[in-house]
Design a protein around this ligand. Structure first.
Ligand SMILES: [Zn+2]
Ligand SMILES: [Zn+2]
Ligand SMILES: [Zn+2]
Length: 757
């Protein structure tokens, strides 16, 4: 007889891990106990050496999702003669606790839901310890039914016996429910009158008839319509007041995904993952989805059903459904029945309600597979909060408030970081309120008492104000430059502390010189950075307005960088209405509301505008999405550019690139060729600058961060170029490359600046 004492860390709380350990111990004939503590699960087991080895192997290899084991600490100890194996009462310290994310319905629960002889047949709230809602219903930690929005549903006899059985799948499954005791769904018209028949089937039939439905989902309301019905999609766009931005589509199963899009094995894995994100896929021509779903894009955001309700609805409908957040414009998603009725009744023809409250509301998560890596674009429902082990130990709690448009916050306690869910554009007042509510919830759940609060350098970001107003008067406020935060966010997720070359290609970020940065190559460590190279400044005519009107960016480039080019841009400029052209020229000359920018995102805007792809950007980054969609990846042409010496560093001048692009267009070269050559050119100058930086600083590691790395073609080209040149290149896997990731970088920079390393 031997004994083992184990400590397991990772996502092991609220995910059915203890009953899994219990069953595993019984299977191997071991005695002992398992219990949860705030930060880990502790196990003592004893038995023969062979049985212990088998137990340890299965523990590592067989834990069902969403369990994620990051670390097992194991220690031999003498056997104490336990008679059996037991799950014992947890031990929770105040302070750090993990918050389990919501998880897609597991296969076993789906089978029950579809089995006519099962007591949960067609029950839309079927869950077990391994699947179902967690984060969206938890009010207090540790996660226990009495502290969730399930508390008001008294368990029936049958559910209680499942809840208490450590050999079953529902031992301590906090959201356990059945038709006899749990929440229920109903379908009603906007005037409150019920719709006859089975609510889910009736809803599917109405959707098939071209109606728009508001559905109460896991993290808030969703609006749904038939994705093949152009008229319904158009009506949904008008009602939701969202015009260019693509809608996501939910399909019943993988066969449907393959019918609509080209999917690689890595993309199938991403679709099937228990986070159930929207996966951006290459659209198959003639797949049948209406053009209005994702106008101008060759990609489609697909997802598989996440909840039993989704499964039942999609099976009833048997086709692709547009599934988009139940909000209008940029307001947050509605989460209450009454709120949804009030806000959505002009858009939705019918409401599928249920009576389980949503405690925390979040939109869907989005990933894009690049190579074999699923790169997060937006982390919300299903994959947030994101826990992360950092190679540091903070003496004080740290709060980092993120950016502006794709805002998240990050909290650090000791060596643990949690990045909160994507919330949205903080310039929308209601979104800001939701951000504050979410921040408050996390601070309470994690008992955060920040001694350090990190924020962006931009003086007017709502998050900057929030950092100053946060009720911790003695906390030290630390300013972090936007692109430094980007680069360090990528370093932190890879556990890298030594200096790297950081390529930060981005939309906008406030620079140390007051200009708008975004085409930056930094030499950075956690504490500081040097601006080794950047894109040459071009005027942002009219400030933010230039983002919505990409031709303004092209005009700014023509007048500034390309002024000396012996190329006739008159034809291009002639397309701008004369009144606006005069106004822009005045702005250009007086520099009123016209900050200089080195943004790489804006360079993409200018290129797309010159090619006539985007006259108006209905959402930030749309021109780049269209430029990528247009590009023919087989083309390997590179356009010229200049790299100029600037004191200690370099300036990348893309004037020759834009000139070449315009001449090629006028010479009748096809747009797919030009669009690809533009991507290749950006990759080419990136590589050349990185080589120069490597020679000067002796650095071989490059990290890629910033919103431009949502562009798969650009990412692949830069990655391939740098790898060919012998660089070690690190990209994002845990937090998004866009501003959804910067809170993590801010927290780590603030730590390095205040506590030193
Ligand atoms: Zn399940
Ligand atoms: Zn029940
Ligand atoms: Zn950024």
């Amino acid at each position: 007889m031997q004994g083992l004492s184990l400590r397991v860390r990772g996502i092991v709380q609220g995910v059915g891990f203890r009953p899994f350990v219990f069953q595993l111990a019984e299977r191997h004939g071991l005695a002992g106990w398992v219990r949860s503590t705030s930060s880990q699960v502790e196990i003592e087991v004893e038995g023969s050496g062979e049985a212990l080895a088998g137990f340890l192997r299965d523990l590592r290899e067989c834990a069902p999702p969403p369990t994620r084991i990051d670390e097992i600490e194991s220690e031999d100890r003498p056997a104490s003669g336990y008679g059996s194996f037991e799950i014992v009462e947890g031990h929770f310290d105040p302070g750090w606790q993990s918050i389990p994310p919501d998880t897609a319905t597991c296969d076993a629960c789906l089978e029950e839901t579809l089995d006519p002889s099962d007591r949960r047949h067609r029950y839309p709230f079927t869950t077990c310890a391994h699947c179902g809602p967690r984060f969206t219903i938890v009010q207090e930690l540790p996660c226990d039914r009495s502290r969730t929005t399930m508390a008001c549903f008294e368990m029936c006899e049958d559910c209680r016996s499942e809840y208490e059985d450590p050999r079953g799948r529902r031992f301590h499954a906090q959201a356990i429910a059945c038709p006899a005791c749990g929440p229920r769904v109903w379908l009603q018209w906007p005037n409150g009158e019920p719709v006859e028949g089975d609510p889910i089937d009736a809803c599917a039939a109405l959707l098939a008839g071209g109606r728009i439905a508001a559905l109460k989902g896991l993290g808030g309301f969703q609006l749904a319509c038939d994705a093949t019905d152009a008229e319904a999609v158009e009506r949904l766009r008008t009602g939701k007041q969202v015009y260019g931005e693509p809608f996501a589509v939910m399909v019943p199963d993988l066969d449907w995904a393959r019918r609509l899009c080209e999917v690689t094995p890595a993309e199938i894995e991403a679709l099937k993952s228990h986070e159930r994100p929207i996966v951006l896929l290459r659209r198959r021509p003639g797949g049948g989805v209406a053009e209005q779903v994702a106008p101008g894009s060759n990609t489609l955001g697909l997802m598989l059903p996440q909840t039993p309700l989704d499964h039942l609805l999609l099976r009833g409908f048997d086709g692709p459904l547009v599934m988009t957040g139940g909000n209008l414009g940029e307001a947050p998603i509605a989460d209450g029945n009454r709120e949804a009725s009030e806000r959505l009744s002009a858009t939705a023809d019918v409401f599928l309600f249920h009576n389980r409250d949503i405690y925390a509301r979040y939109g869907a998560s989005v990933v894009r597979v690049m190579g074999d890596t699923a790169v997060p674009i937006r982390k919300a429902r299903g994959c947030a909060p994101t826990p992360l082990q950092l190679p540091l130990s903070a003496a004080q709690d740290i709060l980092a408030v993120g950016g502006r448009k794709k805002s998240t916050f990050c909290m650090v306690k000791g060596s643990q970081a949690v990045v909160g869910p994507h919330i949205g554009n903080l310039e929308n007042l209601e979104t800001l309120e939701q951000y504050e509510a979410s921040l408050k919830l996390f601070a309470r759940l994690l008992e955060l008492e920040p001694g350090i609060i990190a924020h962006d350098m931009h003086p007017d970001y709502p998050s900057t104000h929030l950092a100053h107003e946060y009720p911790a008067p003695s906390a030290l406020r630390v300013v972090v430059q936007h692109h430094h935060a980007h680069v360090v966010s990528a370093m932190a997720e890879h556990g890298v502390r030594d200096p790297v070359i950081g390529v930060a290609y981005d939309g906008t970020g406030y620079g140390t010189d007051g200009a708008i940065w975004g085409g930056e190559i930094l030499v950075a460590d956690w504490k500081s950075f040097q601006r080794a190279a950047h894109l040459r400044y071009a005027p942002l005519l009219g400030g933010e307005a230039a983002i919505q009107k990409p031709y303004r960016m092209a005009t700014g480039y023509i007048w500034s960088l390309c002024a000396a080019c012996e190329v006739d841009f008159e034809e291009y400029l002639g397309r701008i209405p004369i009144g606006e052209r005069i106004l822009l020229r005045r702005q250009f000359e007086t520099e009123v509301n016209t900050p200089p920018t080195s943004s790489c995102g804006r360079l993409f805007d200018a290129a797309a505008a010159l090619l006539g792809l985007s006259t108006e950007a209905l959402y930030e980054g749309q021109p780049a999405v269209e430029l990528e969609a247009a590009a023919d990846p087989a083309v390997d042409v590179v356009y010229p550019y200049d790299i100029l010496r600037d004191g200690e560093g370099w300036i990348i001048d893309p004037a020759a690139t834009l000139r070449a692009l315009w001449c090629e267009l006028r010479a009748g070269r096809p747009i797919p060729t030009i669009a690809a050559a533009f991507h290749n050119t950006v990759a080419d100058f990136t590589r050349n600058v990185c080589v120069a930086v490597r020679e000067k600083y002796g650095l071989k590691k490059v990290v890629l961060s910033g919103g431009c790395f949502q562009n798969a073609l650009l990412t692949r080209r830069i990655l391939d170029g740098l790898s060919d040149d012998g660089f070690e290149v690190l990209t994002h896997r845990v937090v998004p490359p866009n501003d959804g990731g910067i809170s993590l970088g801010q927290a780590v920079v603030a730590y390095a600046l205040t506590e030193g390393i």
